[in-house]
Design a protein around this ligand. Structure first.
Ligand SMILES: Nc1ncnc2c1ncn2[C@@H]1O[C@H](COP(=O)(O)OP(=O)(O)OP(=O)(O)O)[C@@H](O)[C@H]1O
Ligand SMILES: [Mg+2]
Length: 376
């Protein structure tokens, strides 16, 4: 069965598919990050991106924020940021009446989507309040637990919290179901695009409203898991335990919805093993060696299209980097290898990213042939 189903043009799923296409087209080598942020929104969960300065984190997260026509809150945290700036100032009128109530207008407690940049720089006081907002979606105001409307929290940082940074940061880390390391652009073609395109800001042709997000949540919840996918998840968890990676029960449980949300984003009718790809960003606790172990186990058990595509594209890059196009024998060898990789790609089930990878490969083959003809 093909993984791609054509959603009705006016359906909310098509809106997600369109945003996915437009974001991936504008941002260079950020397909996985785009998928992750959209999946988080669909799963009603939060996402953390960690990567070096200037690798497109804010560009992506700002674009997704703009796409959502909801109340937003965005802040660059420093060690000097005060709780007032995040949660709102204390009401003077209330103080006069011996109450300690924050005026939350325009601040995090009233936001439906929030972006916290440099999250680990925040003070303990901010992190503690954030914890409750992210996890229980509740904010304590003047002794009263107020429900917050938060749908999606996105966060970015240049580094993971150090292992000895204490329980507070570990607790916040755990509130992000999706966490991913973002790497700089790797391909030659990507670097050229980065250098010579004037503007990389994604321009999305539509926006999404809260009722539409609610509808998408309901559609995600209705997506069934196939038995093969259930077996694959159980096998993955068993194999991970053998490797010493045991994500907490809450994390394991939430992964079920995460994978459903990703299957929905891929346009599938139900969850199949290949959709477990997204679980590589959920099923670990410590960012040092575990993410790689989890990725290996998932790749082995579920053989997801996206992970195979990433791996084969890396092979394409190493073939191109090692080829001297002016040397005809070298170019012919490279063309044969690229042809072989395309054959492998053609056996995979489509997931949106596959089609783009094949188009890229074809383009590289064409350029390779042209360059070697010119050399002659
Ligand atoms: N993958 C990418 N695709 C398109 N443009 C990119 C990409 N990576 C970097 N850029 C360019 O670099 C600029 C800086 O990116 P951005 O501000 O999103 O980085 P960042 O990861 O948020 O960095 P910091 O950690 O310093 O906040 C972008 O505005 C864009 O022009
Ligand atoms: Mg940034």
């Amino acid at each position: 069965m093909n993984a791609l189903r054509s959603p009705k043009p006016d359906s909310v799923r098509e809106k997600f598919a369109q945003a996915r296409r437009e974001l991936s087209a504008a941002l260079i080598e950020r397909d996985e990050e785009v998928d992750l942020v959209l999946t988080a929104l669909l799963a009603n969960e939060h996402v953390l991106l960690v990567g070096p300065p200037g690798c497109g984190k804010s560009l992506l997260l700002d674009a997704v924020m703009n796409w959502m026509s909801v109340r937003k809150f965005s802040i660059l945290l420093t060690k000097f940021t005060t709780v007032e700036e995040v949660m709102g100032p204390v009401s003077l009128a209330a103080l006069k009446a011996d109450r300690y109530r924050r005026v939350t207008t325009g601040r995090l407690p009233e936001a439906e989507v929030c972006f916290t940049d440099e999250i680990w720089k925040a003070s303990s006081a901010i992190l503690n309040t954030l914890l409750k907002v992210l996890n229980e979606r509740v904010f304590e105001n003047d002794g009263e637990a107020v429900k917050v409307p938060l749908r999606l929290a996105v966060a970015a940082s240049n580094e993971w919290p150090s292992p000895d940074s204490g329980k507070e940061l570990a607790a916040i880390m755990d509130r992000f179901l999706f966490r991913k390391a973002v790497r700089p652009i790797g391909s030659q073609a990507g670097r050229q695009r980065l250098l010579w395109h004037r503007d990389h800001t994604p321009k999305l042709s539509a926006t999404i409203t809260p009722p539409e997000v609610d509808r998408a949540h309901a559609e995600v919840a209705a997506l069934p898991w196939s038995n093969a996918a259930k077996d694959a998840l159980e096998t993955i968890l068993r194999e991970l335990a053998r490797e010493g990676v045991v994500p907490g029960d809450r994390r394991q449980f939430k992964t079920v919805t995460a994978v459903r949300a990703f299957a929905y984003l891929c346009g599938a009718d139900g969850v199949r093993p290949e959709h477990l790809e997204v679980a590589q960003h959920c099923l670990w606790d410590s960012p040092e060696e575990q993410p790689q172990k989890v990725a290996q186990v998932i790749a082995k058990v579920a053989n997801p299209t996206g992970m195979r595509v990433t791996q084969l594209l890396l092979e394409v890059e190493s073939v191109l980097a090692a080829t001297d196009v002016r040397n005809l024998a070298d170019a012919a060898r490279a063309a044969a290898k690229l042809g072989e990789i395309d054959k492998q790609l053609s056996t995979l089930a489509g997931n949106g990213r596959l089609e783009k990878a094949r188009a890229y490969l074809k383009d590289q083959l064409r350029k390779l042939k042209l360059a070697s003809i010119e050399a002659v």
